[in-house]
Design a protein around this ligand. Structure first.
Ligand code: AMP
Ligand code: ZN
Ligand code: FE
Ligand code: FE
Length: 285
C-alpha cells in the first residue's frame, strides 16, 4: 500500500485540477491519496467524480493557523465538510486571503513591480488564493526565476518586504473544531525551518494534550536530523507519524508519492475519523 496524505490541487495553490490530481496519483502507483487544499474542501467533489478504480481518496484540508506569532499548518482529515463551525472558520480564513493578496500586490507595486490583481486572479482561478500564485506572477514578470525564489526576505517570505499577514486560526481552536466535526488532525511539516520560525516542542506537547493526533515527519522540508528528532517527539507524546509529498504540481519539484505514510498509521487515522470516510474509486469520469 502506497499512501500520500498531503496534496494540493487548483482548489488552492497546486497546478493539477482535482481530476488531474487523482489520475496522476493512480499513475504514480498510489493506493491512497489525500486532497488537502489550503483552507478549502472545494476540490473534493471533482476528485471523487474522477477517482480511478483502485485509488482511495481521503478528503481533507490544510488549515492555516498561528500560535504566538508563528504561522503553522494543520492537516485535517475526514471531517464533516458541512459542520457549520468549522465551515465558517475555513471561510473566514479563505476569504481573508483575497484582501491579503491585494495588500501584497500593493506592496509589490510600491517596490516598483507592476503586478496586478487581475493577473494574480487569473493565475489563482477559483482556487483559495495564496503567496504561490503571487510568486507565479513574479516569475511571469521575470522578477524571480522560480516560485521558491520569491519566498525570500526581499519578497514574500514571512516578514519579507511584500509580505502581508492573513487571518489564521489558533491551533487549539482548530483542533477542537476539527474534532467536533469528526475529523483527525496532523501538524504539517512542523520543522520546516526555511519557511520561517518553527513552533517549539513545548507547544507541540500542549497540542498533543489538547487532542492533536499526529505530526508529519517524512516531508521534503525536513532533513534527516529533524526527522529523527520528530520521531522521538512523536513517541514521547504518543502521536501518529505521517509522511507525504505536499505535492503542488509544477509549483514545487516534489513528486506524488515521494514520501508516504505507513499503512498502520493510515488505518488508525481512518478508525479515529467519524465525520467522513475514505472514498474508494469506482472508475471515474
Ligand atoms: P500562504 O498560505 O498564502 O501564506 O502561502 C503559503 C504556501 O506557500 C505554502 O503552503 C507553500 O505551498 C508555499 N511556500 C511557503 N514557503 C515556501 C518556500 N520557501 N518555497 C516555496 N514555496 C513556499
Ligand atoms: Zn500550498
Ligand atoms: Fe503547508
Ligand atoms: Fe501543503
Amino acid at each position: 500500500m502506497r499512501i500520500d496524505m498531503h496534496c494540493h490541487s487548483t482548489a488552492s495553490d497546486g497546478t493539477d485540477t482535482p481530476a488531474e490530481l487523482v489520475r496522476n496519483a493512480a499513475a504514480a502507483g498510489l493506493d491512497v491519496v489525500a486532497l488537502t487544499d489550503h483552507d478549502t474542501t472545494r476540490g473534493h467533489a471533482e476528485a471523487v467524480a474522477a477517482l480511478p478504480q483502485g485509488l482511495t481518496l481521503v478528503t481533507g484540508a490544510e488549515l492555516s493557523c498561528r500560535i504566538d506569532g508563528i504561522s503553522m499548518h494543520l492537516l485535517a482529515y475526514l471531517f464533516d465538510p458541512e459542520e457549520p463551525a468549522l465551515l465558517a472558520e475555513r471561510e473566514l480564513v479563505r476569504d481573508d486571503r483575497v484582501p491579503r493578496a491585494q495588500g501584497m500586490i500593493a506592496k509589490l507595486n510600491g517596490l516598483g513591480v507592476p503586478v496586478t490583481w487581475e493577473q494574480v486572479k487569473r493565475i489563482a482561478g477559483d482556487g483559495s488564493v495564496g503567496r504561490p500564485h503571487v510568486a507565479s506572477a513574479l516569475v511571469d514578470l521575470g522578477v524571480v526565476p522560480t516560485v521558491s525564489d520569491a519566498f525570500t526576505e526581499e519578497w514574500l517570505a514571512d516578514g519579507g518586504r511584500a509580505f502581508v499577514e492573513k487571518h489564521e486560526t489558533d491551533p487549539f481552536a482548530a483542533i477542537r473544531l476539527v474534532k467536533a466535526a469528526g475529523g483527525v488532525t496532523v501538524f504539517a511539516h512542523p520543522a520546516a525551518a526555511k519557511r520561517g520560525r518553527t513552533v517549539p516542542e513545548s507547544a507541540i506537547a500542549e497540542m498533543a494534550a489538547a487532542g492533536l493526533d499526529g505530526i508529519e515527519v517524512d516531508h521534503m522540508d525536513h532533513d534527516a536530523d529533524a526527522r529523527t528528532r520528530l520521531r522521538g517527539l512523536a513517541k514521547d507524546l504518543g502521536l501518529l507519524v505521517t509522511g507525504s509529498s505536499d505535492y503542488h504540481g509544477s509549483r514545487k519539484t516534489v513528486a506524488l508519492g515521494e514520501y508516504t505514510t505507513d499503512p498502520e498509521v493510515y488505518g488508525e487515522i481512518t478508525r479515529r475519523a467519524t465525520g467522513a470516510f475514505p472514498v474508494p474509486g469506482t472508475g471515474g469520469a
